[in-house]
Design a protein around this ligand. Structure first.
Ligand SMILES: Cc1cc2nc3c(=O)[nH]c(=O)nc-3n(C[C@H](O)[C@H](O)[C@H](O)COP(=O)(O)OP(=O)(O)OC[C@H]3O[C@@H](n4cnc5c(N)ncnc54)[C@H](O)[C@@H]3O)c2cc1C
Length: 540
């Protein structure tokens, strides 16, 4: 029996301190924090982990310089502190990156003012990153020849941070962390609603979406972390709340890498919003948009695609303008933005200035919690607030002081890198990347990477790239099969790895080694899972 099946049986049999519904970043981090601190935690998601908003972000860990314009200094300070803490706690995965801003002539703020704003942002961020730099038009041209400086008055550079892998992989780190500390976790397990028995126990009917089988989970408290579906879930469970969500759609496209430098090229799009070209391994990720939508289910429309392509073609100096044929992959998600119900209808008035703050609403009488809004960058604050709230619900957290986040300490990393060097992995790179395999394995698997070294020692073929055209090696596939609850091929291609974000579907389909990867992941179901992925046009 595999880990998921074992966990489904346990979910039906055991009784939990807390059931967390939804395993995006907010649910995952709550599960990691609470299980490390000693609560008996259940975590379910009706899709794969991070298969909704938390796989559609810009992968930026940032203080939100743009919120200075709406005078949200408190939010910016909080996000900057969280950014700094993430950079310090995840040195292999979250890295400082320079944002090179090129301004258009006649922009609503003069360059000197924006540059002063960048310094203010730096100060608000405790001076944790490199200092801002003013750039003339010719300096931009020299440093980033791909930028069309046209009649630009120049620009400036400042720092924030980004996720070197991808948002969904980062989220999975917390799911895995929760599993390591005893949480009982399952993907493809959807809850319809929750009801509280007279004895004070919450009962949640759940359906395993792979088999259709149904069971119930019993818990003392509940956390609704359904992202854009928080309101729908509260309604189904008859939970009144002061806050609700309004939804903002954002899309990204990926194309072949446009600039070799590790910088985010930053512009203001025709709607006046910040617009980025973000490096993502061998590709550039371009976006995003901000459009109010009524429902969480959205797709990239022709108009979205046109908006992104038109804006980027105007701002870059390319041999040939980008067309839809250049798009390798597209992503689309909705930001759930928290508003108080009384403000819900007026939210359109200043749409793009709506706050990105998260709100955690509690009902201590029933032990029910809803997480509204927020940003991936804010995740450590969410984890802390959730554990403080659970404590007020009367759930004992015997290990409240235990640290529940961060990469393993430097000594373990140095020991890993030393052992990896003895195997020659520090000199091994994948054709697609200049990064040594040792560093890559450490970033993705942390202390678990030590067991990958053992696999490679026993069989050197384990260090070979398995899916040609990607950087994923045979030992990583075995590792994913055993430890990462990969249930469908999309889980691996789109979320545990970022293969589906950097290569076209047809290229992936033809990739030598993909069928062997499927056999490792799914055994006898390999062919069925392969066909399921390529038959589903909605998978990227
Ligand atoms: C275009 C875009 C760009 C962004 N860029 C950034 C950025 O660069 N930096 C940043 O910090 N933030 C960014 N964000 C914001 C960030 O992505 C979100 O704040 C965050 O991912 C929300 O996480 P969540 O856990 O609340 O929701 P989600 O990730 O949506 O998770 C909710 C989960 O609940 C599950 N679920 C729903 N209903 C049920 C049910 N009934 N039963 C079981 N499971 C259920 C869903 O399947 C889903 O997995 C961006 C967002 C968007 C859309």
């Amino acid at each position: 029996m595999n880990l998921r099946q074992t966990n489904l049986e346990r979910l039906a049999k055991e009784s939990f301190d807390v059931l967390i519904i939804g395993a995006g970043i907010n649910g995952a981090i709550a599960a990691a924090a609470l299980s490390t601190q000693g609560a008996h935690v259940a975590l379910i998601d009706r899709g794969d982990f991070a298969s909704l908003t938390s796989q559609e972000s810009s992968n930026l860990v940032w203080g939100g310089i743009k919120y200075l314009e709406s005078f949200e200094f408190g939010l910016v300070r909080k996000l900057c502190r969280c950014r700094n803490e993430l950079i310090a706690s995840y040195p292999a995965s979250v890295r400082e990156i320079r944002f090179l801003v090129t301004l258009a002539r006649g922009f609503r703020w003069p360059r000197s003012m924006l540059y002063a704003g960048a310094w203010f942002y730096w100060l608000i961020g405790s001076g944790f990153t490199r200092t801002p730099r003013l750039l003339s038009r010719s300096a931009i041209s020299r440093e980033e020849p791909v930028v069309n400086v046209g009649s630009s008055p120049g620009g400036f550079e400042y720092s924030d941070a980004y996720l070197i892998d991808n948002d969904a992989r980062f989220t999975f780190r917390f799911v895995r962390g929760a599993l390591d500390y005893g949480a009982v976790v399952a993907n493809y397990a959807g809850a319809s609603h929750s009801a509280r028995n007279p004895d004070g126990v919450w009962v949640t009917p759940v359906t395993d979406s792979l088999t259709g089988s149904r069971f119930q989970i019993r818990s003392r408290t509940l956390i609704n972390a359904c992202g854009p579906y928080v309101d729908a879930y509260n309604e189904a469970s008859a939970q009144p709340t002061e806050h609700c969500h309004v939804l903002s759609k954002g899309i990204h496209i990926t194309v072949k890498r446009l600039s070799a430098t590790p910088r985010v090229l930053t512009f203001f799009a025709s709607d006046g919003r910040l617009f980025f070209v973000i490096p993502m391994g061998p590709v550039s990720c371009i976006g995003t948009t901000d459009t109010r939508v009524a429902l969480p289910e959205t797709v990239v429309s022709e108009a979205d695609r046109r908006f992104v392509l038109d804006n980027i073609n105007k701002r870059l100096r390319l041999a040939k303008p980008l067309t839809p044929d250049d798009i390798l992959a597209e992503r689309c998600g909705v930001r759930p933005l928290a508003v108080s119900r009384s403000r819900g209808d007026t939210a359109t008035q200043d749409w793009t200035a709506l706050s990105r703050k998260h709100v955690i609403e509690l009902d201590p009488r029933t032990g029910y919690m809803s997480i509204f809004g927020g940003k991936l960058t804010d995740c450590l604050n969410v984890g802390r607030e959730v554990s403080a709230a659970l404590h007020t619900f009367g759930i004992r957290l015997p290990f409240r002081r235990t640290k529940w986040y961060g990469e393993p300490d430097r000594k373990i990393r140095d020991e890993f890198l030393h052992r990896a060097a003895l195997l020659g992995l520090d000199a091994m790179t994948a054709p697609e990347s200049s990064e040594p395999m040792s560093k890559r394995l450490w970033r993705r698997y942390g202390w678990r990477a030590l067991s990958l070294l053992e696999d490679i020692r026993q069989d050197p073929r384990m260090a070979e790239v398995l899916i040609k055209g990607t950087e994923y090696t045979r030992c990583e596939l075995y590792h994913a099969a055993q430890h990462e609850m990969v249930t469908r091929l999309e889980d691996f291609l789109r979320r545990r790895s970022k293969i589906a974000l950097i290569a076209r579907r047809d290229t992936i389909r033809q990739a030598p080694g993909l069928m062997e990867a499927c056999r490792i992941l799914f055994g006898d179901d390999a062919q069925a899972r392969f066909e399921e992925y390529f038959a589903d046009r909605s998978s990227v």
